[in-house]
Design a protein around this ligand. Sequence first.
Ligand SMILES: *Cc1c(COP(=O)(O)O)cnc(C)c1O
Length: 422
Amino acid sequence: MKGWWERAQAVMPGGVSSPVRSFHGVGGTPFAAVRGQGAYLYADDGRAYLDYVMSYGPLILGHAHPEVIGAVTHQAALGTSYGAPTGLETEMAELLVSAYPGLEMVRLVNSGTEATMSALRVARAATGRKRVIKFIGSYHGHHDSLLVRAGSGAATIGVPDSAGVPEEMTALTMSLPYNDREGLAAVFGNLGSEVAAVIVEPVAGNMGTVLPEPGFLEDLRRFTQAAGSLLIFDEVMTGFRVGWAGAAGYYGVRPDLVTLAKVIGAGLPVGAYGGKREYMQLVAPLGPVYQAGTLSGNPLAMAGGLAQLRAIGGPAFYPPLAEKTAALARGLEERGRRRGVAVAANSVGGMMTLFFADRAPKTFAEVEATDRGRYRKYFHGMLDQGIFLPPSAFETVFVSAAHEKEAIEHTLEAADTVFARI
Ligand SMILES: *Cc1c(COP(=O)(O)O)cnc(C)c1O
């Protein structure tokens, strides 16, 4: 009998259901997960890994948190999906509305991709405009119009990142460097009246963690408001990850629309988009923007997500998580530098990235200029020591409440021995 990885590759592209899992960015063969508990992920060969991937963000309380598992199993016994409204959806929507600044109405969907696709549709309907602006190196899911990162320098009209996406589908998407306040001013000066929306990760997490420079989010708010464009915060990663009120609360800048997923689903497939009532009333059946989903607001996802959010409890959860994450970031920087390895880390809330560079990047171009060969060695060195980091230099490290101080210390010790060798 062939090994599972050969079998997987024979019947699924790259052997995976989502590309980064294939270890394509770092080389080598991924392990098959069979169980998660707290901060640890267990492979089918019996190895345990201290997990910093955490399902790419959702598991902020760790794997298999008892409250989440209890809620999901309780709900599963009552049925998996109804095709009729449930009280759970209302409870979820009420919780999101109560937590997120300026959020008045939400629509629940099944993924972050669906959420950003739909938010864009609402923005275009609300403004009667076509153009959207995104930032290079930001990821908003894999639907056609946002699968663009495009050129450099000034705004570039979108060139698709993927085969199978015609240029016509991305021609209305403009890409600017993250943190490029001058570029933003120039685009709004020329084309402001044509811009339906700016969509931004208020902390970029899909090029590694890249922080907004002071003034960047404020400029986005100012320019969009002046031009009658909508500001969409894609908080699929940052929502309930950097703070109870998302990056909007953390940085004190309020978007018109927001997209959420990951943490709100506790590892079950879920997403949400919402904003001011005047915009969300455009969504069917109230309005002309069509958007639907057979499994949207799925009761298992609602039960699991609600249980996780209730266990988080509120804003007080976040400062200790941020402190722990920052201690990891600082500790890695110190040990790297002591070993003569150029490293710099960014961290906020429970997200962090260690870059192999002299200083922490502020744009995707700077991320691309980091030493990715060294990241590969670091990744495999850490994996050998039982620590599972993101298998790509462009992904964020996720710290959960289940990562104990001792686990962080162990990570720093392991990194020290790896830095000595790379
Ligand atoms: C993960 C992510 C998405 C896509 O969400 P999926 O659930 O994978 O479709 C969109 N935007 C951001 C910022 C993300 O981190």
